[in-house]
Ligand binder design. Structure first.
Ligand code: NAI
Length: 251
């Protein structure tokens, strides 16, 4: 492991599948206690059983403030205050703007922007109360997306929500700089998970892969080192940054 998470308590939202589940295993392997937050409790219970005593599954809906507070309460009661929080939960609503319903737009903003905002806010409140100003160990990592910096057909609402995420990361980094909390954003490229599996099974999805310089999806493991870095003590002097991990897809 290039970066140790020994002694850290990491709360991960959207841990029931894809990137969140992958990072939960990775972070536990790097020495962290992991709090697995998601709505599909059967999934996170199974993942926690696989990881063992270092994992705690907690029911969590990031669009619901009370649910976020309850998840942090459960984490604190079991392991202590999370000093590492990964605001990762997200959804996609794809379609031409003239076709997308207002409901779909609200859903994507509610989850991808407001959900990240509320998660980071609760994380910071708890970290500050637990003494992050003195320890300097607070780490909040946001999962953005390369779509924040690109344009794509059918992506307007999703991409704009992710552009909001990366700027939110900078804003929060500044606000909490003197409170011992670093906030950084990782912008993954296209990785095969539940969010896009149906799309990449279509001919149009396969054709999209052919338009990228290396003509391939990004493996999920490509996120390992940047995520571990931002979650660990190694990133003490890095805040308000974002890193794109997309194998050149956005070039
Ligand atoms: P995924 O669909 O497997 O994971 C998303 C997770 O978020 C799911 O477990 C889902 O249940 C959870 N979630 C959704 N709404 C929630 C809510 N209200 N409360 C709690 N959990 C909720 O897909 P993936 O790829 O793992 O997505 C993780 C993050 O990565 C998302 O923010 C996504 O936008 C982002 N991303 C994914 C890329 C990809 O190509 N797979 C590329 C760039 C960013």
């Amino acid at each position: 492991m290039p970066y140790s998470l020994d002694g850290r308590i990491a709360l991960i939202t959207g841990a029931s599948s894809g990137i969140g589940a992958h990072l939960a295993r990775l972070f536990a392997g790097a020495g962290a206690k992991v709090v697995l937050g998601a709505r599909r409790v059967d999934r996170i219970a199974a993942l926690a059983a696989e990881i063992g005593a270092a994992a705690l599954p907690v029911a969590l809906d990031v669009t619901d403030e009370a649910s976020i507070a309850a998840a942090f309460d459960a984490a604190e009661a079991h392991f202590g205050t999370p000093d590492t929080v990964l605001a990762n939960a997200g959804i996609a609503e794809a379609g031409r703007t003239i076709d997308l319903s207002t409901e779909q737009v609200r859903r994507v903003i509610d989850t991808n922007f407001t959900g990240v905002y509320l998660t980071a806010r609760e994380a910071a409140r708890r970290m500050i109360a637990a003494g992050s100003k003195q320890s300097g160990r607070g780490r909040i990592v946001l999962t953005g997306s390369i779509t924040a910096e690109m344009t794509g057909q059918g992506d307007a609402a999703y991409a704009a929500s992710k552009a909001a995420v990366v700027h939110l990361g900078r804003q929060l980094a500044r606000e909490w700089a003197r409170l011992g909390i670093n906030v950084n954003t990782v912008q993954p490229g296209y990785i095969l998970t539940e969010i896009d599996a149906a799309w990449f099974a279509t001919e149009a999805g396969k054709a999209q892969i052919g338009t990228w310089p290396r003509r391939r999806l990004t493996p999920i493991e490509a996120l390992n080192d940047p995520m571990l870095f931002f979650a660990s003590d190694a990133s003490a002097y890095v805040t308000g940054a974002h890193v794109t991990v997309d194998d050149g897809q956005s070039l």
